[in-house]
Design a protein around this ligand. Structure first.
Ligand code: ZN
Length: 636
């Protein structure tokens, strides 16, 4: 069977496949290690579904029963609409869009579903039907609109329904010790509930909330210990298992530090409650799992960056008070993904920088990865679409974009992850949460600006990371085009920009357009809008100026400035331009979102003993989703 990077398309989604390149060069023991870690990365799937919305799991069970048992005409419009809905729900790990957070609208009728459920003898739960079909109920997974109660208007399941934003904030203000220089990640791994009119934390752990799933994760992690490459990996796994048993966030910090310091060996993983984008208050973390190994050749690139981390810090245009005197332990590498799980599946990040604990980052540094085989799959899949021809007006720019053919994309990700997030420092006594709901956007903007600033620096050529001194201009053009125009296709008509990375890109591009109008402008030609960049050097100056300001905002915890910057440049959508983007994008027929079908890590047993594992690619999207529900579904 020939391998194709492009797979199924539905709604606004294009499914892709990725190759686990280099797996064949690893040893049988490393294969076994990856197999056990991959099982652990898939075992927590249901946790995320329940975190996203408390109705997700029963809805999924109902829909999958229809999928597998429906005896009627599978080519009928109703069934086809049902299929699209189910595939979207699978993709989003729930009934809300994975990126925009709006609830999906079924395009089959409620009457049709009721009829089918009766035919297959599936008990009808009126509440589920209402949640699916009433657009006013649980309309948004994560609401970021200021002036509204963010918890009461968000459908995510990190807080019991009766808890208001004020109650949650009061609770955390009462337990957080602001004088602790090494604070735990308060509330990271729990659901807030009310018991006897007291707020309590229902902790995710063995024997606690999500205990069934967490026990299974621990089972696979335990098996992984005996196949680990070295003692330091074994120690990391043991501490993680201990954390999963106790739920104690001090243990989590200990685990995090061990994980950070564990850089020997090729194989690495993340497994646990990690990113906080799914909580409107940015406190509680969604579950994710990820298994990968180092791409030794490509990692030479990030090694060159991290070896020079101090040089970049010293030469950045930010105020000296906000710079790190000593850049510590930026461990950067290019990796090959072997299994994506939880909040990284099927839609995945292409770069990751962890941990998220500020004091641990300051004291011990961070680990930063670029996922090489995923970015490669994206590039392969994009070949042949006429995106650039549609949106780029002048032949010179078009020629430049084709010539550099994304030569700087991976470099931008490397700079963002391994230097950008790791740079800078907070002033003493500034809380890492000072920027509240604007914190994520400002942090992403800081990392992107750092990357944009340095990708244009001659240092890149000195380190042999770019082909010549012009390649960065192609990156600037793509970035501004995206931030000003084309990323709007991801927004539904009438909506504003909500997601942190999108807000960040809009913020940077619109701020530059407003303050450096001499460097670039939007022009009209035959009813279409185009971006013209007149002066790249000037634009880079602007990037430096904004980087200095964004770092100041972060370092001083200037919430007011963050609010103005994000609200003024990062949130609002020009309705006319938005409509134009949707119209032009439609003619190109490119899906705005992409995600990955996992390859299957298949165990090889001999006389009942695991001896090796192989990678198989043949599984279809539907098959994979049904198998995951069957094999890893364990929560009610
Ligand atoms: Zn980032």
């Amino acid at each position: 069977m020939t391998f194709s990077y492009i797979d199924q398309r539905f709604s606004d989604i294009q499914m892709l496949r990725y190759r686990v390149s280099g797996f064949e060069f690893l040893s049988p023991q490393q294969h076994r290690f990856i197999y056990y870690l991959a099982e652990a990365a898939l075992a927590g799937r249901d946790i995320l579904w329940d975190q996203n919305c408390r109705f997700n799991l029963p809805v999924r069970r109902m829909l999958e029963a229809v999928y597998t048992q429906y005896q009627g005409d599978r080519t009928s419009p109703d069934f086809q609409a049902f299929l699209t809905y189910l595939r979207r729900v699978w993709f989003a790990n729930g009934i809300h869009h994975h990126y925009g957070c709006d609830k999906f609208t079924p395009e089959f009728s409620e009457a049709w579903l009721r009829n089918v459920l009766a035919q297959i003898d599936y008990p009808i739960d009126e509440q589920l039907i209402t949640v699916m079909f009433d657009p006013t109920i649980m309309a948004k997974r994560v609401n970021q609109t200021t002036d509204e109660d963010l918890l009461q208007t968000s459908a995510c399941n990190y807080y019991a329904p009766e808890i208001t934003q004020q109650m949650a904030e009061d609770y955390y203000n009462s337990i957080v010790d602001a004088s602790d220089p090494e604070p735990i990640m308060y509330g990271l791994n729990s659901r807030l509930e009310v018991q006897n009119s007291q707020i309590i934390e229902s902790v995710y752990r063995v024997g606690g909330l999500y205990g069934t799933a967490i026990s299974k994760i621990c089972y696979w992690l335990q098996l992984a210990i005996q196949e680990a490459e070295n003692d330091s990996q074994r120690e990391v796994l043991r501490t993680l298992i201990e954390f999963y048993h106790t739920g104690d966030l001090h243990t989590f910090d200990r685990y995090t530090i061990q994980w950070l310091q564990c850089t020997a060996g090729d194989i690495d993983f993340t497994n646990g409650f990690t990113e906080v984008y799914g909580d409107p208050l940015g406190i509680k973390a969604s579950w994710e799992g990820f298994v990968n190994f180092r791409d030794n050749k490509a990692s030479e690139r990030t090694l060159r960056l991290s070896e020079n981390a101090q040089w970049f810090e010293d030469h950045s245009p930010v105020d000296a008070r906000f710079k790190k005197a000593e850049c510590r332990g930026i461990n950067a590498k290019v990796i090959v993904a072997a299994t994506l799980g939880g909040d990284l599946y099927p839609a995945s990040a292409i770069g990751i920088n962890l941990p998220n604990s500020n004091w641990i980052r300051q004291t011990y540094g961070s680990k930063s990865v670029t996922i090489g085989n995923l970015t490669y799959a994206y590039k392969q899949a994009a070949k042949g679409n006429s995106f650039l021809e549609e949106f780029v007006l002048d032949a010179t720019t078009l020629e430049m974009l084709h010539r550099y053919d994304d030569a700087c994309d991976d470099l931008h990700t490397d700079l963002h992850e391994c230097l950008g997030h790791g740079s800078g420092q907070l002033l003493p006594n500034v809380s890492p949460d000072a920027l509240k709901s604007y914190g994520s956007t400002i942090e992403e903007a800081r990392a992107d600006l750092f990357a944009l600033y340095y990708i244009a620096d001659p240092k890149m050529l000195e380190l042999a990371l770019v082909p010549d001194l012009d390649a960065w201009k192609a990156q600037y053009y793509s970035y501004m085009l995206n931030g000003l125009m084309t990323q709007l296709v991801r927004i539904e008509p009438g909506k504003e920009i909500e997601e942190a990375h999108m807000r960040n890109r809009a913020l940077i591009a619109h701020w530059l357009l407003a303050h450096y109008g001499g460097a670039m402008e939007l022009v009209q030609q035959s009813n279409n809008t185009y971006l013209k960049i007149h002066d790249y050097e000037l634009l880079r100056q602007g990037v430096g100026q904004l980087l200095a300001e964004v770092q100041r905002i972060k370092s001083e915890g200037d919430l007011q400035a963050a609010t103005i910057l994000v609200e003024q440049y990062g949130v609002k959508v020009d309705v006319t331009l938005h409509q134009e983007m949707l119209r032009r994008y439609k003619t190109l027929d490119i899906a705005p979102y992409k995600g990955f079908i996992n390859p299957r890590v298949c165990p090889i047993y001999k006389d009942g003993v695991l001896v090796d594992a192989t990678i198989e690619y043949g599984e279809s999207y539907d098959e994979q989703m049904l198998r995951y529900s069957r094999d890893y579904g364990c929560l009610e």
